[in-house]
Design a protein around this ligand. Structure first.
Ligand SMILES: NC(=O)c1ccc[n+]([C@@H]2O[C@H](COP(=O)([O-])OP(=O)(O)OC[C@H]3O[C@@H](n4cnc5c(N)ncnc54)[C@H](OP(=O)(O)O)[C@@H]3O)[C@@H](O)[C@H]2O)c1
Length: 330
């Protein structure tokens, strides 16, 4: 097998943004491994997607302990792809992982406790074979662990050299504010905040984006394509092998005639802009400069290439944004 040589022009193909007040630049498009990188998926396709991403300037890969299926297998597969092709480029790559959702049985395999986070971090390092994560997240606020306890665990990970930076995911604003204050006071500021944000999920516009910016934390959006709804893929029914056929995280019932009517209008508008709907939906999330990056998912190199072209057209006129708002109102 010919050894992988990344494209020498990869960094010219991507745009980068400073993550909050930190010194770290992140690519405007990051690649997430929630779906399509598990042990039920095609390892060759997974490898091709990671290498295609890196070849196009995507330096940030987002994992979590439970990504698969089976849980943990996305970390194992990423580790193998990294060792086989990318280990010479470790210092060009930002790898994140997270802990906080159910991962192993019993009272310690879930939640935001110090016990869960510390054990998870060690397990994730072992699965990936990495010496450290660039970013480690508390995956969620669990509703009862004191934020002080979770914050101290995150601080100690950085002090132990197992994570360079830390972040939070899906924290309600009040708990996020507490976390920002605690982490800053300890000299380990919260690098980044991760929330679901897309044309179909605009809740972070109410508080989370502004709060992250005000606190000097970067903001990274997940599921920017609403798991595939904001593309042309469901316009003529539910294609085989699509996420909606698995019916776990995206269910066929969510693809209603009303939603499809909206998607159709957005698709027409994207065509008028000379973009695919996926590209317009990603550009729309990135229109706000407080949004450092979007984490995209993909199940093929073709989809990834479609999404990568977003970078070529990120601007919107005020009229276009107004029109999108009207369409989204149905
Ligand atoms: N912090 C958290 O709690 C949290 C939660 C969820 C996700 N995340 C992160 O965010 C990442 C992205 O989430 P996501 O996968 O839901 O993102 P997404 O970008 O909204 O959806 C990705 C899916 O959309 C479809 N797709 C993508 N590009 C397409 C294109 N050009 N044309 C047609 N279809 C296209 C594919 O579906 P098919 O597979 O059907 O082809 C793909 O798997 C995850 O991998 C993870 O890293 C974090």
């Amino acid at each position: 097998m010919k050894p992988y040589e990344p494209s020498p022009t990869r960094y010219e193909r991507m745009k980068y943004a400073r993550c909050g007040n930190s010194g770290l630049l992140l690519p405007r498009l990051s690649l997430g491994l929630w779906h399509n990188f598990g042990d039920v998926d095609d390892f060759n396709v997974a490898t091709d997607m990671i290498l295609c991403a890196f070849d196009n300037g995507i330096t940030h890969f987002d994992l979590a302990n439970n990504y698969g299926p089976s849980p943990g297998s996305a970390e194992v597969n990423f580790g193998r792809i990294f060792r086989e092709h990318l280990s010479a480029h470790r210092d060009e790559i930002i790898v994140s992982s997270k802990a906080g959702h159910l991962m192993w049985p019993g009272p310690y395999g879930d939640g935001s406790s110090r016990k869960n986070l510390m054990a998870s971090l060690d397990q994730s390092l072992k699965r990936t074979g990495l010496e450290y994560f660039d970013i480690f997240y508390s995956h969620r606020y669990d509703g009862f662990t004191p934020v002080e306890e979770t914050a101290q665990a995150l601080i100690d990970m950085v002090r132990a050299g197992k994570a360079l930076y830390v972040g939070i995911s899906k924290y309600p604003p009040v708990k996020a504010k507490q976390m920002y204050d605690l982490l800053r006071a300890a000299g380990v500021p919260c690098l980044i905040s991760q929330y679901r944000y897309s044309m179909f999920e605009r809740t972070p516009e109410q508080e989370n984006i502004a709060l992250a910016a005000q606190e000097g934390s970067g903001f990274i959006a997940f599921s920017p394509l609403a798991q595939g709804l904001l593309t042309n893929k469901y316009l003529n029914g539910i294609p085989e092998h699509s996420r909606a056929t698995r019916g776990v995280f995206l269910k066929a019932e969510q693809i209603t005639p009303e939603k499809l009517a909206i998607i159709r209008q957005l698709n027409d508008m994207a065509a008028q802009r000379g973009q695919s709907l996926a590209q317009m939906a990603l550009a729309w999330v990135l229109r706000d400069e407080r949004v450092t990056s979007v984490i995209i998912g993909a199940s093929s190199v073709r989809q990834l290439n479609d999404n990568l072209q977003t970078i070529e057209r990120l601007d919107f006129t005020a009229e276009e944004l107004e029109r999108i708002d009207q369409i989204l109102k149905g």
